[in-house]
Structure formats: C-alpha cells, structure tokens
Design a protein around this ligand. Structure first.
Ligand SMILES: CC(C)(COP(=O)(O)OP(=O)(O)OC[C@H]1O[C@@H](n2cnc3c(N)ncnc32)[C@H](O)[C@@H]1OP(=O)(O)O)[C@@H](O)C(=O)NCCC(=O)NCCS
Length: 169
C-alpha cells in the first residue's frame, strides 16, 4: 500500500529588519498602509524602535514592531503585529511575538505591553495562549480594518491593554 507523502512544513524565520527588507515589507503592505514600512525603517534608524520581520520559506510574510521610545505611552510596547492572510495559522504570529519578548528581555525590560481591540478574533487567542493578560486599562485605537486592509470595524475602536511579565518562567 502506498504511504501518502507528508506535506513539507514551511520554514519559519524571524529576525530584525534591515534596510534591504524595505521593498519586501512594502510589497506586503495593503493599499491603505502603503509607505508604512518605509516609515518604520526610518524610525528604527533613529533608535529605540525595532522592526522585526517574519519569513516563510525565506520570504517576508509578516512583521511586528517593538517600540521603546520614551515618548511611547507603554514601554516597551509591541505594535502592529501582522501576518499576510495566506501565511496565517502556521505559527508565524507566535514566532514574531516570542522573538519580540526575547528582544525586550535582552534590552533589559521585565515586562511587555500591547493594545488589542476586544473583538479581534485571532489576536486575542494568540496573546492568551502566550500568557498575556488584560491590565483592565483601555485607550482609543486606530481602526484595525485599516491595518488589515479590510472593510468593517468601528470608526473609533477602543483597545484593551495587555501585559506579560518577562521574568516569570
Ligand atoms: C493575529 C495574527 C498576527 C496571528 O498570526 P498567525 O501567524 O496566524 O498566528 P499563529 O499561526 O502563530 O497562531 C498561534 C495561535 O494563536 C491562536 N490563533 C491565531 N489565529 C487565530 C484565529 N483566527 N482564531 C482563533 N485562534 C487563533 C491559536 O491559538 C493559534 O494556535 P493554533 O493555530 O495551533 O490553534 C494574524 O491573524 C493577523 O495578522 N491578523 C490581522 C492583524 C492583527 O489583528 N494583528 C494584531 C493586532 S493587536
């Protein structure tokens, strides 16, 4: 009896972005977020701001930001986690988040924050599975549908602030 061939698992890599990633990052932006990646890389060059890329089989398919600037409300803050729709549910979101936690630890932080709209069906289970907990604080937020390039969402959403301790193992 023939044994069905096993589907090859995609190779996931996560690393800090460099100027060379600008075109690949931009190619993954939606029409509504065009230019954003270029702006992130410029901020990274100024310091206290880290752009991290996630790759599937060598191609940039996601990104996330660690914002440690003193002007930021929550320091350090994970921002703009995003995986292209056809690369989701392969572990890249979790890998990007874990990388950011290790980066924050290396930078000397013992906690990390993020904001998420309470109706985000993918991000909340992801954060809960990685031991983030709501602090009870909220703030107004950018409409997530803009980030995801889809229609819908409320015009003035509120984000719940989540926190994770980086010292508890
Ligand atoms: C949130 C997001 C980054 C997740 O990326 P991803 O690469 O698909 O996540 P992973 O594959 O690492 O998922 C890890 C775990 O998170 C949870 N999860 C992820 N997506 C989920 C979904 N759509 N529904 C329920 N649980 C989900 C699951 O527990 C999953 O583990 P499993 O696949 O073994 O069940 C992605 O959906 C995305 O880019 N969404 C749009 C942008 C966004 O909402 N960003 C977050 C802003 S706060």
């Amino acid at each position: 009896m023939a044994i069905p061939a096993q589907e090859a698992q995609p190779r996931l890599d996560v690393r800090l972005a460099t100027a060379d990633d600008r075109a690949a990052l931009e190619a993954n932006e939606t029409s509504k977020t065009a230019g954003l990646s270029a702006a992130y890389l410029d901020l990274q060059a100024e310091g206290d701001f880290y752009v991290v890329v996630g790759l599937v089989d060598g191609q940039v398919r996601g990104r996330v930001i660690l914002d440690c600037r003193p002007t930021t409300e929550l320091v350090p803050e994970m921002k703009l986690l995003w995986v292209v729709p056809d690369a989701r549910r392969q572990g890249l979101g979790a890998a990007l988040t874990s990388y950011l936690e290790r980066l924050a630890t290396k930078l000397g932080y013992n906690e990390i924050f993020l904001g998420v709209t309470p109706d985000n069906p993918a991000a909340i289970p992801l954060y809960i599975s990685l031991d983030y907990t709501p602090t009870g604080a909220h703030r107004s937020a950018v409409n997530l549908s803009v980030i995801d390039g889809e229609n819908g969402g409320t015009d003035e959403p509120t984000e719940a602030i989540y926190r994770k301790s980086l010292t508890v193992r």
